[in-house]
Each structure stands twice: as structure tokens, then as C-alpha cells.
Design a protein around this ligand. Structure first.
Ligand code: 13P
Ligand code: SF4
Length: 367
């Protein structure tokens, strides 16, 4: 059965009754269940989640924080992960077998993570090895499937997040001469560039045509970037930056490193969601900011800082559609199935995959 067919099965589809409920009623029921389940229930939420969901999160964070929090939580029996699929998989890998991780809507994937599958990765590795021999270390952004993390783990590499990419790339160059960075070419390129690696020393691996995009002598290549991207962050453009510079000359521009090299290069600052939040929090009242990241987070920052002038770098930006799939009805549905003892959407990473993926995650978490 294909994934699409699976997702259409009744067990994966929100029952109609939840669509009829009033917001206040759903909120009341979520509150009651949280009270009833106490510490046996834990709800982590990524910064890109909707407000209607984030209000019930026991911890809110970026990808790195949520991975650390999941690894440290030993008391919860049920972890209802308000984020996307790869984050719930990571939580499952990092928790004990008696803890259950639930993703309220199985359709909450990540288009970037989908841009690298394990077959493409193994093929690429073989072809790149015939070119570069045993000189490469794989690094994968946590925005990747458990199978890719396992591949990286068994080949001596590690995961990275946007919060620790610089430290992890530096570490990788202490191990091998070259790195293969999956699946986000922009985070890889921006990080390597900051560390002094020239754009002419970076090649791009195209998983569709199975070609290395590089001009010149391949011996010069230090970083091989997987040709993947975030469909949300690629929507911030040089034109957006020019518009802000001309209409708001005093405004500072801060973007996420999943944006293109050109956008990051023209911005005043860049960093993970945690870094963006802290920078805004610590800025002077009256300061003005154009932010290049997901819209739920930008809207929340606008509400939380009425003393600052904050706009989205792209005025036509919308939220990450897959993050947005986790809504109040899906949250309530997943919580009620825990109480009823008939849980839906349990994320369970296959044992061997989890054993190898944890190697990659621990090399990052132990740094
Ligand atoms: P961080 O949480 O690492 O900033 O990443 C943002 C993101 O796109 C998560 O999907
Ligand atoms: Fe994936 Fe981009 Fe959405 Fe993050 S913002 S979950 S990287 S599509």
C-alpha cells in the first residue's frame, strides 16, 4: 500500500465529529486531558506551530532544543509531538521503548526531508566514493528521514541543526577531508561559507540526474551539497531585501540560514529560529526588523513585541503548510485516543534504523 493510500485510511483521517466542535469546547477538553494525564503526557511544540496548538505545549523550542528535551524526558509515557514527521521520529529514537511518540496528523511531513530518500543517498555515496574515495564524511540536517540519519550514523557522520551547524561542520573537517551535506544545500552552503570555504570549493549533488554539478577540477571540492531546499525559506528573495532596504532604510534584516546564499549574504544577521527569537527579545524598544522565516513564528513575534516594528521580509509569506497541519482538532483527537487506550498515529522507527540513527544523533548531542 502506498503512503498516499495509507493516509486515506479511516485510522489516519480526522473523524468528522471533531470538525463540528467549537474552539472553546476543544480547548476545554484538551485542558481536562492534560490535567488527567499529568506528567505521563508531554507535548513538545516547534516554534513554527500554530498559536492554537502552541498554547498547550509543555515545551517550545527549535529542532535542537526539542531533540535535547525529548532525550532528557524520562517520566512521560506519551509524547504528543507538535511538529513534523522527522521531529517525531527523532523523538522516538531518543526516548525509551516504553515511551510512545504520537504525531497528531500523519500528513505533517517536511518537503525538504522528502528531497533525499535512502536509495538516492546510497547511490550518491557509491558514485561519489568512486570519485573521492574514502575522503568524505556525511552530515545530515535533522530535517531528514530516520533512514538517512542511520546511513550517516553507520558511515561515521553526525546530524546537525541550524543551531549547531558551524560546530558540526568544523568537527567533520577534523575527521575527513570532505563532507557530504544532506539534504539542505542552503544551510550547508551558508555554514561552509561562514567557515571560510569558497563557493568554488563547493559542488552540488543532483539526486535526480545523479550528477555532480561542479566546474573545474573535482580535487578542489571540499563540500558536496545535496540539491534540496526548504520550500518555505526559498520564498525569501533578493527582491524582498531590496524592497525593505528602499522602503525601510533603518530596518534590520534577519533570516534563517535555510534561505539562499544571496539572501543570507545581503541580510544583516542570520541564525536558527532560537537565535532569531533571542535577537528580537534582546533588541532595543523601537527597533525595526524584517524577519525571513516561517509566518506563524513571525506573527507570534509581532504580537509579543508591540514595542518593536516587526514585519515579514516577504509580505506575501504564508506559514509552513505541513507544520500547519497540526491543528487543535488533530491535537484533541490524538489526546482522546490516548485516554481511550486506542492510540492513533504512533511513530515507531524500526529497531536497526534507530540503532544506527542514534549514533549520528549522539555525535551531535554529546558535543
Ligand atoms: P530550526 O528549528 O533548527 O531553526 O529549523 C527550522 C525548521 O525549518 C524546522 O523545520
Ligand atoms: Fe520543512 Fe521548511 Fe517546513 Fe521546516 S519550514 S518543516 S524545513 S518545509
Amino acid at each position: 500500500m502506498s503512503i498516499m493510500e495509507k493516509l486515506k485510511q479511516p485510522s489516519f483521517t480526522l473523524p468528522e465529529k471533531y470538525r463540528q466542535l467549537k474552539k472553546e469546547e476543544m480547548e476545554e477538553r484538551v485542558r481536562e486531558i492534560k490535567q488527567q494525564l499529568g506528567e505521563t503526557l508531554f507535548i513538545p511544540g516547534h516554534h513554527y506551530q500554530r498559536d492554537e496548538v502552541i498554547q498547550f505545549a509543555d515545551a517550545v523550542g527549535d529542532s535542537l532544543q526539542l531533540a535535547q528535551i525529548s532525550a532528557n524526558n524520562k517520566q512521560a509515557k506519551h509524547i504528543v509531538f507538535c511538529g513534523v514527521h522527522f521531529m517525531a521520529e527523532t523523538a522516538d529514537i531518543l526516548t525509551t521503548p516504553d515511551q510512545t511518540v504520537i504525531l497528531p496528523d500523519m500528513r505533517a511531513g517536511c518537503s525538504m526531508a522528502d528531497m533525499a530518500d535512502i536509495y538516492q543517498t546510497e547511490t550518491a555515496w557509491e558514485e561519489l566514493q568512486s570519485l573521492f574515495g574514502d575522503t568524505m564524511l556525511p552530515l545530515t540536517y535533522v530535517n531528514s528521514t530516520a533512514a538517512i540519519k542511520a546511513f550517516v550514523g553507520r558511515n561515521g557522520g553526525a546530524t546537525v541543526t541550524s543551531s549547531n551547524a558551524h560546530a558540526m561542520v568544523k568537527w567533520a573537517f577534523g575527521q575527513k577531508e570532505r563532507i557530504l551535506f544532506l539534504p539542505d544545500q542552503h544551510l550547508g552552503r551558508n555554514t561552509a561559507f561562514d567557515l571560510g570555504i569558497g563557493l568554488d570549493e563547493m559542488a552540488v549533488w543532483n539526486p535526480i540526474s545523479r550528477e555532480l554539478e561542479f566546474e573545474g577540477n573535482p580535487k578542489r571540492v571540499k563540500v558536496i551539497l545535496w540539491k534540496g531546499h526548504c520550500s518555505v525559506h526559498e520564498n525569501f528573495t533578493v527582491k524582498n531585501i531590496e524592497n525593505v532596504r528602499s522602503t525601510h532604510p533603518d530596518m534590520k534584516i534577519i533570516v534563517h540560514p535555510e534561505c539562499t546564499r544571496e539572501v543570507v549574504g545581503l541580510s544583516d544577521d542570520n541564525g536558527s529560529t532560537k537565535y532569531i527569537i533571542e535577537t528580537i527579545e534582546q533588541s532595543e524598544p523601537g527597533s525595526a526588523w524584517a524577519i525571513g522565516t516561517e509566518m506563524n513564528l513571525v506573527n507570534r513575534l509581532i504580537q509579543q513585541h508591540p514595542d518593536k516594528h516587526i514585519i515579514s521580509l516577504n509580505p506575501n509569506m504564508c506559514p509552513c503548510l505541513t507544520m500547519n497541519r497540526i491543528d487543535l482538532p488533530h491535537l484533541l483527537w490524538s489526546l482522546e485516543t490516548i485516554v481511550e487506550g486506542d492510540m492513533i498515529n504512533v511513530i515507531k522507527v524500526e529497531e536497526q534504523t534507530a540503532r544506527e540513527a542514534i549514533l549520528a544523533l549522539e555525535r551531535m548531542l554529546n558535543k
